[in-house]
Design a protein around this ligand. Sequence first.
Ligand code: ADP
Ligand code: ASP
Ligand code: MG
Length: 425
Amino acid sequence: MMRVFKFGGASIKDADSIRNVASIVRRYNSDQLTIIISASGKTTNAMEEVLTAYWKKQTSEMKACLDKVKKNHKQIMDDLFDTAQHAIYSEVHDIFVDLDWILEEEPQDEFDYLYDQIVSTGELLSTKIVSAYLNEIGLATTWLDVRDCIRTDNTYRDANINWQETEAAIQARVPALMAKGLVVTQGFLGGTTENFTTTLGREGSDFTAAIFSYCLDAQDMSIWKDVPGVLTADPRLFDDTELVEQLSYAEAIEMTYYGAQVIHPKTIRPLQNKKIPLYVKSFVNPEGVGTAIGAFDITEYPPMIVVKKNQALLRMVSKDFFFVDEAKFSKLFEALANRRIKVNMTQNTALAFSVCVNDVPNKINQLVADLEANYEVEKIENLKLVTIRHSSAKLFDQIVGERKIFLEEKIGSNIQLVMGKDEVL
Ligand code: ADP
Ligand code: ASP
Ligand code: MG
């Protein structure tokens, strides 16, 4: 069977975790596997710190952050490999040399471009180490540079996939490699036609795995997580969560779009298009049933809660006392789209249009300036959007409680509430 696996940062955070990943992979020995891997642990955050220090020309901070990343990876290698003569040490060294080349020059290019060239280091390191380890323990593995496969435009930090080129590149390379053994490649990264590195947006490795699954017509795709599967809510926020064993593609899209971090929202569509099942499984308990997402016709779901942080509410009131009608709506949405501001909920009256959006500070100020001539714009910050799917009346009452609700929408048993970010649910 041809399968695609994805392992995230938590599953490869140290040597023991990588050994655990290897033991999971070994169970699927008879399958043809492509394995997508994220950066180890919190490396992506650490690389963002390196970048910020570089951008601000704070050389000593930059070196200190980078040293931490180097140390972490050296520790992992020391724990995994018997000898410092192992070829992996020089491969990892080469990756850091490439990075040093960039960091030695003063920042001249655009921030987003530099972000992708620098932050991508995390995935290059982790995949090199994991594939060397798999080879070391007798699981023949090819390391694949994903930038030759995932072809994108040059929207740095949020690159768009060129599906035709990507499909051709994956089909030309990967099946032949899978015939020889395991294939390990990077999540999150892509490459432009000029061979610059791009990234697909934070948490994008799940999406990378879906792209490979689609292009390879995989039998199924599994993402291995630190949770038993998709739960009725984020266990970091709620105590009494339950495993949801089956979800339809549509239900999974709704949950992830509104903030269920367990799967990146872009992951579902490519799989749905080819009816490829997605399994969300636990790397802590690989025997567990996990969650299956597929073309199921499910009518009954338990109540599920999703919280999306970092929200702001914009209330735009027409200055000239004209109705906010269809023509005005389309202008307002155009203004939002031009600034790439993501709208999560809307409501309108004759003169006012309210939107709950992802709060990206600069962008919102720019939007306010764009609209100033025709609208008074009021902004409320520090909010979160709580989505309750398949709610019961009891759960609704419990979530609303005495809390101040800034915006509310109810469609059947699906409810969305905008409230202060510090409300404890
Ligand atoms: P990865 O390491 O693969 O990127 P993530 O950390 O992004 O994994 O996703 C797993 C995390 O998602 C869990 O640790 C959990 O806290 C969070 N999460 C949020 N909502 C849910 C949910 N409904 N079910 C399970 N996990 C959830
Ligand atoms: N390493 C990247 C991130 O932390 C991509 C991913 O993990 O999915 O965002
Ligand atoms: Mg993730």
